[in-house]
Design a protein around this ligand. Structure first.
Ligand SMILES: CC(C)(COP(=O)(O)OP(=O)(O)OC[C@H]1O[C@@H](n2cnc3c(N)ncnc32)[C@H](O)[C@@H]1OP(=O)(O)O)[C@@H](O)C(=O)NCCC(=O)NCCS
Length: 132
């Protein structure tokens, strides 16, 4: 049985295999991931017993805006409604009940997010990326 949690006190090391499955988060270090976990406002994780198999996290002011990042379901568990349940737990999280607008930063899986009610009609984003 898959369970979900909003606790942050798990070993950040468990996120690394999920990150390795994506092109944008591959290579993230344990130290950076630890800092990320500490400063994310809401993180939802999915678990198969003690195996972390899904994640999604939110940065927010708790009133006007929230942005959603790093929504990942382990490839072995995709297509089983886990991503949908995880997103619903984000959108219905009690700490985020006052948030007016959720902003999702993604170039992929528009069909998945559209099924959750997200619209891509307002394309207002620009990015600045630090070059190392
Ligand atoms: C996108 C992702 C989170 C979806 O999670 P999931 O658990 O597989 O999704 P679900 O089983 O809840 O599927 C929900 C719906 O989205 C659709 N869907 C899921 N993955 C899809 C894909 N790759 N392409 C098209 N539709 C997809 C499903 O068909 C389903 O639609 P249905 O209800 O009409 O059958 C997962 O595929 C994933 O982690 N992908 C890699 C990382 C990624 O791209 N994340 C999103 C960018 S931030």
């Amino acid at each position: 049985m898959i369970t979900f949690s909003d606790r942050k006190d798990f070993d950040p090391r468990l996120l690394l295999p999920l990150f390795e499955q994506t092109d944008w988060a591959r290579g993230r270090t344990l130290e950076d991931t630890r800092i990320m976990l500490e400063h994310s406002d809401v993180i939802i994780t999915g678990w198969d017993r003690d195996r972390l198999i899904a994640c999604g996290r939110v940065l927010t002011d708790y009133v006007f805006r929230a942005s959603i990042w790093d929504v990942i379901v382990d490839t072995a568990y995709q297509g089983r409604d886990i991503g949908t349940q995880l997103m619903q737990r984000i959108l219905n999280h009690p700490d985020l009940a006052r948030v007016e607008l959720f902003w999702l930063c993604t170039r992929r899986q528009h069909a998945f997010y559209a099924s959750l009610g997200f619209s891509d009609k307002e394309q207002t984003g620009m990015v600045w990326k630090r070059r190392h």
